[in-house]
Design a protein around this ligand. Structure first.
Ligand code: TRP
Length: 464
């Protein structure tokens, strides 16, 4: 028989004492490559404003309610996501099947980290590139060729592996030292710096870019041209950008002090995260249109458009390298949260040291990541089912399948299987209207919307 840990007041991994720490860590997890790299490129690939609208609706109607639920589970359980789910299911008299949320999430974290660190490696590589001044006065054609052209950045897979390795090492290093050391400072100083630089770029884009066209592309909101597959990508990205559906936020919730208001805190984080993505889009698309680049250029979009801007700004060499430093930091504070659930589990379940757990999971992600490196060069023509490189396949599997399923299960568990008194007790929402609105969204709206978009999107992708 398992012990009931479901009302413990602290986690064995420590509790974040200062009120700010959860907000910093959770926003550090949420804000990352998803906002600055992925959101703009998938928006470009999926046609712009209709996609943006779908994404915003998913954040509001699905993401925020489920994110509150996931954080609440973490704080209630105070253990790693697998044990937390077992404990809470047990004390609610529900089946231990629900631990699947933790199991699938732990796996998804490692799979995501594998390609996440490859892209973060690109950001690292662009720091010295910008500092060297090779983009000074560059044209769109030059930036394009420098990134993806023959003999360009992507073709040098040894270099890509080196940067991927470096990023993996620094990620494993902080996780091995424990969640608090280092992370707090990184988020407290570097995130505001990133936001300031984004605003500087926004001004540049507004003045020098095709701002009206970029704005129109993002916000014209013509719902006519959205395929179900694009709707699924928007849904998947709502989960991805909020670090939702796989236990990251559950693991962090486990370290959240008892008295903090989950609803308020999560809403602040989600709004901040969304704002940063929209600003990144508003920076990138005016540049794309002004320089005749393709909005649908794919994963290279940010690495082609932003060096162009820096190549034309006074002090662009300095600001440009600084920008990519900050992007790499943002990626780092996100990457940590990808393996924290698995690390906490290996420690609690098998008595691993933190160091060993971080090495095992980081090492597995590193090996898998090589497949993503090759997806952009020597394996770029090998496509599973005629559509997926290793990178595409891992991204689709995690963002569009595992995260939505994890989120669906969290909504169903908290909405229907967990004891409601336990939920209300943990949330301590004083505003009863808001509380009932949340229950309604979580029980009915979120699960049916996720299930519907998921089914339609998968069908559209594979059979449509
Ligand atoms: N949200 C992060 C980003 O946007 C990535 C991330 C961190 C993540 N933890 C996660 C994505 C958990 C999905 C699940 O860059």
């Amino acid at each position: 028989m398992t012990t009931d840990h479901s009302s413990a007041t602290a986690s064995i991994h420590g509790t974040w004492t200062k009120r700010w720490t959860f907000i910093l860590a959770a926003s550090g997890s949420a804000v990352g490559l998803g906002n600055i790299w992925k959101f703009p490129y998938i928006t470009g690939e999926n046609g712009g404003s209709a996609f943006v609208l779908a994404y915003l609706l998913c954040i509001l109607g699905i993401g925020i309610p489920i994110m509150i639920a996931e954080t609440m589970l973490g704080r209630r359980g105070r253990r790693n996501p697998i044990h937390t789910m077992q404990d809470i299911a047990h004390s609610s008299g529900a089946s231990s099947f629900w631990a699947i949320i933790g199991v699938m999430g732990t796996l998804a974290g490692v799979l995501i980290l594998s390609y996440y660190s490859v892209i973060a490696g690109w950001a690292l590589a662009y720091i010295p590139k910008l500092a060297s001044g090779e983009f000074n006065g560059a044209t769109g054609a030059f930036a394009n060729a420098a990134f993806g052209g023959e003999g360009g950045f992507l073709s040098d897979y040894k270099m890509l592996i080196m940067w991927h390795s470096l990023f993996t090492i620094v990620t494993v290093y902080v996780v091995a030292r424990g969640i608090e050391a280092g992370l707090e400072k990184a988020v407290r100083f570097l995130m505001p710096a990133l936001i300031v630089l984004l605003f500087v770029l926004l001004i540049y884009s507004a003045v020098e870019g095709a701002f009206a066209q970029g704005f129109q592309f993002l916000f014209a909101f013509d719902a006519s041209k959205l395929s179900w597959n694009s709707a699924l990508v928007a849904l998947g990205h709502a989960f991805f950008t909020l670090s939702l559906g796989m236990g990251s936020i559950m693991a962090y919730g486990a370290y959240m002090p008892k008295q903090d208001s989950i609803g308020k805190t999560i809403t602040i984080i989600a709004v901040l995260d969304t704002a940063i993505a929209l600003i990144a889009g508003l920076v990138i698309f005016p540049l794309v249109f002004a320089h005749g680049l393709e909005p649908s250029a794919g994963p290279g979009l940010m690495f082609i458009s932003l060096p162009l801007a820096f190549g034309h700004i006074t002090g662009g060499q300095v600001f440009g390298s600084l920008f990519f430093i900050l992007v790499a930091f943002a990626a780092w504070t996100s990457a940590i949260s990808l393996i924290e659930p698995g690390v906490a589990w290996l420690i609690e379940r098998f008595g691993y040291t933190r160091r060993k757990a971080a090495l095992v999971l980081g090492g597995s992600a590193w090996v898998l990541g090589i497949g993503s490196v090759f997806s952009f060069n020597i394996w770029q023509n090998y496509k599973l089912m005629g559509m997926f490189t290793v990178f595409d396949g891992l991204d689709f599997l995690t963002s569009n399948i595992m995260l939505p399923l994890g989120g669906l299960l969290i909504a169903l568990f908290v909405g229907w299987a967990m004891k409601p008194e336990m939920v209300n007790d943990e949330l301590k929402m004083e505003n009863t209207k808001l509380l009932s609105a949340w229950w309604f969204m979580l029980r009915y709206v979120a699960p049916s919307a996720v299930a519907f978009v998921f089914a339609m999107g998968v069908y559209d992708k594979f059979a449509g």
